[in-house]
Design a binder for this molecule. Structure first.
Ligand code: AMP
Length: 217
């Protein structure tokens, strides 16, 4: 089925933005734009952006706005008519304002900002048990989504990794950064009437259905 979406998937680290955005991409062919994935790739390839971003990412801090805004702008300019699902962007008010400007220029207004709600204990459990495929980005969890061959990705066979920023000290820092710098963006979108809150606990399919339902589809 084809479903044109122009949305931001919002929520704290561990709320399932990446999982849900990948599912929407598989189901409807909507471009999944994840600034975190793009930055990790840049770090792995040792590009100029990667070198700038690495130390912030390792500490669980936000990469400077101008770096991420340039990445998002570039990706959005090359999306096709199936729309986009933004995952992990915007994360500051400055990024949200820049996104408004870019979408205005492209004539692609934002349809909604879907906020995935999960309580703090559950977030810590999800993040600390998360493993990820560095090659294709497929996420796993040591309890709730175990790969068929231990330590290997089901999709592409690469060795799974425990991201440095999913280790205890970085997790608590990321959650603090979310509260202080990112959560205020919710008010920004609420004032524009774009905010949709979705309870993000339950099965992946159930949550996906709630996301699409929150858009009135
Ligand atoms: P994520 O995979 O979305 O959790 O992102 C991993 C890390 O990449 C974050 O902890 C930040 O260091 C960086 N990052 C990703 N997206 C952004 C953004 N929109 N603004 C600033 N930093 C970001």
């Amino acid at each position: 089925m084809r479903l044109i979406l122009r949305i931001v998937l919002f929520g704290p680290p561990g709320s399932g933005k990446g999982t849900q955005a990948s599912l929407l991409e598989r189901k409807y062919g909507t471009a999944h734009i994840a600034t975190g994935d793009i930055l990790r790739e840049a770090v792995a390839n040792g590009t100029e952006v990667g070198l700038k971003a690495k130390s912030y990412m390792d500490r669980g801090e936000l990469v400077p706005d101008e770096v991420v805004i340039a990445i998002a702008k570039d990706k959005l300019a090359s999306t096709d008519s199936n729309g986009f699902v933004l995952d992990g962007f915007p994360r500051t008010i400055e990024q949200a304002e820049a996104l408004d400007g870019v979408l205005d220029e492209l004539g692609m207004p934002l349809e909604a900002v879907v906020n995935l709600r999960v309580d703090q204990d559950e977030l810590i459990k999800r993040l600390s048990g998360r493993r990820v495929c560095p090659a294709c980005g497929e996420p796993y969890h040591i309890e709730s989504k175990i790969s068929k061959t231990p330590g290997k990705c089901d999709q592409c066979g690469a060795d799974l990794v425990h991201r440095d920023d999913d280790k205890p000290e970085a997790i608590s820092n990321r959650l603090k950064v979310y509260e202080v710098q990112t959560a205020p963006v919710l008010d920004y979108y609420d004032r524009k009437g774009l905010l949709r809150n979705v309870e993000a606990v339950g099965s992946i399919e159930e949550i996906s259905d709630r996301i699409v339902g929150s858009l009135g589809r």
